[in-house]
Design a protein around this ligand. Sequence first.
Ligand SMILES: Nc1ncnc2c1ncn2[C@@H]1O[C@H](COP(=O)(O)OP(=O)(O)OP(=O)(O)O)[C@@H](O)[C@H]1O
Ligand SMILES: [Mg+2]
Length: 224
Amino acid sequence: MTAILRATGVELSYGSQRALSGVDFALSPGEVCAIMGSSGSGKSSLLYCLAGVVAPTRGDVTFDGVPLRRLGDDELSTVRRERFGFVFQYGELLPELTVVENAALPLRLAGQRKAAAHQAAEEVLGRLGLAELRQRRTSQISGGQSQRVAVARALVHRPDVVFADEPTGALDSANADSVLAEFLSLARSQGTAVIMVTHDASVASRADSRYTMADGALTGRAAV
Ligand SMILES: Nc1ncnc2c1ncn2[C@@H]1O[C@H](COP(=O)(O)OP(=O)(O)OP(=O)(O)O)[C@@H](O)[C@H]1O
Ligand SMILES: [Mg+2]
């Protein structure tokens, strides 16, 4: 199948610090992929490059056949906002907004009316066990609850690709399971591709493919 996302010879340096060295990677529509690897090996850096948050020092990333480096700033922002979903390693919810307002944000930014956006957000929140918290400000919920709100926000607009950096790091195994079930369900029903960084071997074992990052290089693909 044609890849929805492809990296070719991607290198990234932060000044003299090399974070990625010659990464080749391809993700198919509907594929849920897990990236493992030790701290500092380059996992977040890879996600940033693949998502067009950071431009690689060398090499190319293409999304849906188009090299990201060919897109202007506005086009790239639109792709990130409408076709990608993000769960960042350090949360990044808006604390003054409620749970449902945070989760509905991608739809509101795409111009959807409040009632429809909130209804869609509440459906995803319900599947992640957060229905009761929907009117709570996100400054007043726990770390694991915040992480699940971030997952709801990443999925609510049914993106083509979800980038998730340790999306289950703060969750017990039951809640980690429900996050993974949502990823798999969206992948199977909508063809959403998911790339997630995880330290949890049992989460990784349920992905369709697994890679290990070591010293900025991607190794050990194991497809199921
Ligand atoms: N903004 C930055 N400036 C300089 N060096 C950086 C920067 N961000 C990351 N690095 C370095 O790049 C390398 C890869 O970092 P990265 O954050 O991608 O690792 P990681 O695999 O996500 O680690 P962790 O599991 O701890 O989140 C590390 O050596 C890190 O110190
Ligand atoms: Mg990281």
